[in-house]
Write a protein that binds this ligand. Structure first.
Ligand SMILES: Nc1ncnc2c1ncn2[C@@H]1O[C@H](COP(=O)(O)OP(=O)(O)OP(=O)(O)O)[C@@H](O)[C@H]1O
Length: 239
C-alpha cells in the first residue's frame, strides 16, 4: 500500500540512440503541487508523456492513482486533466464549444461559465480559438485541463505568455484547485512560479533527477538566494 498518487521508478526512455530519460524516480503525494524542473531537452516532456500514457517506457514502473498509464489509459484519461499545448485546437472552434465538448468527456464536469470567469475569459464563449490572444489560448488550455474535475492536473508551462496579472490570478486558481484536493504536476522552466507554487520539485538534467526537495531546501543546500540561482548553479555545474 502506498499513499502516493504518482509513482515513477527507474523510468528509462530513448528515441533511437538519444536517451531522453535515464533512470528517473520520484513520487507525488495526494494534494501536492510537484514541480518538474529542467533545462530545454532535459527530459521533462518525455517523463510526463510516459506518465499520461502517451509514450511507452523502455524500462521502469509507473503508477498513477495505482494504475498503469499504458494499460489503464482510458480510465486515467477521465481522472487526469492535461493542459494542451498551443495550437492543439481547431482554429474555428469557439471557446464555449470547446468547453462543452470537453465537458462531454467526463461524468461530472465542472461549471464552464464559472471556470471561464476564474480564468478571465468571461464573455469569450463565442470567440473562435484562432481569434484568442496567446495568453487567452493559454488560459483556455488551463480551463480544459480542469473541466473534468480531475484528481490530478498535469500543467506544462502553466503561465508562459501570460501577463503578470493573469499569471498571479492563475497561480491563485491553481492554489485553490489544490486546496480542493487535486494533485498538481507542474512542468516548468520558470523558477519564480515553482518557488511560489510547488511543495516539492525535482530537477531533471540529461534525463536524470539531480535533486528533489522543497524549493527552500534546494535553495538552502546550494547556498543561493533564490530557486533560480540554485537551479542555474545545479544544472550549470553538470553541463
Ligand atoms: N519524438 C522525439 N524523437 C526523437 N528525440 C526526441 C523526441 N522527443 C524528444 N526527443 C529528445 O529527447 C530529449 C528530451 O526531450 P524532452 O522533450 O523530453 O525534453 P524537455 O525537458 O521537455 O525539453 P523542453 O524544455 O525543451 O520542452 C531531447 O534530447 C530531445 O531532443
Amino acid at each position: 500500500m502506498s499513499a502516493s498518487v504518482i509513482e515513477v521508478e527507474h523510468l528509462h526512455k530513448a528515441y533511437g540512440t538519444t536517451v531522453a530519460v535515464d533512470d528517473v524516480s520520484f513520487t507525488v503525494g495526494p494534494g501536492e503541487i510537484f514541480g518538474i524542473l529542467g533545462r530545454n531537452g532535459a527530459g521533462k516532456t518525455t517523463t510526463v508523456e510516459c506518465l499520461i500514457g502517451l509514450r511507452t517506457p523502455d524500462r521502469g514502473r509507473i503508477r498513477v492513482l495505482g494504475r498503469d498509464p499504458h494499460r489503464d489509459h482510458e480510465e486515467l484519461t477521465r481522472r487526469v486533466g492535461v493542459q494542451l499545448q498551443d495550437g492543439q485546437l481547431p482554429d474555428r472552434l469557439r471557446v464555449g464549444e470547446a468547453m462543452r465538448l470537453y465537458q462531454s468527456f467526463y461524468p461530472d464536469p465542472a461549471d464552464a461559465k464559472e471556470l471561464l470567469a476564474q480564468l478571465g475569459l468571461k464573455g469569450r464563449e463565442k470567440t473562435p480559438y484562432a481569434k484568442l490572444s496567446g495568453g487567452q489560448k493559454q488560459r483556455l488550455s488551463i480551463a480544459l485541463a480542469l473541466i473534468g474535475r480531475p484528481r490530478i492536473a498535469v500543467l506544462d508551462e502553466l503561465t508562459t505568455g501570460l501577463d503578470p496579472h493573469a499569471r498571479r490570478d492563475t497561480w491563485d486558481l491553481i492554489s485553490e484547485v489544490r486546496d480542493q484536493g487535486v494533485t498538481i504536476l507542474l512542468v516548468t522552466h520558470f523558477m519564480p512560479e515553482a518557488e511560489r507554487l510547488c511543495d516539492r520539485v525535482a530537477v531533471i538534467h540529461d534525463g536524470r533527477v539531480l535533486v528533489a526537495g522543497t524549493p527552500a531546501e534546494l535553495t538552502a543546500n546550494e547556498g543561493q538566494p533564490t530557486l533560480e540561482d540554485a537551479f542555474v548553479t545545479l544544472t550549470g555545474r553538470t553541463a
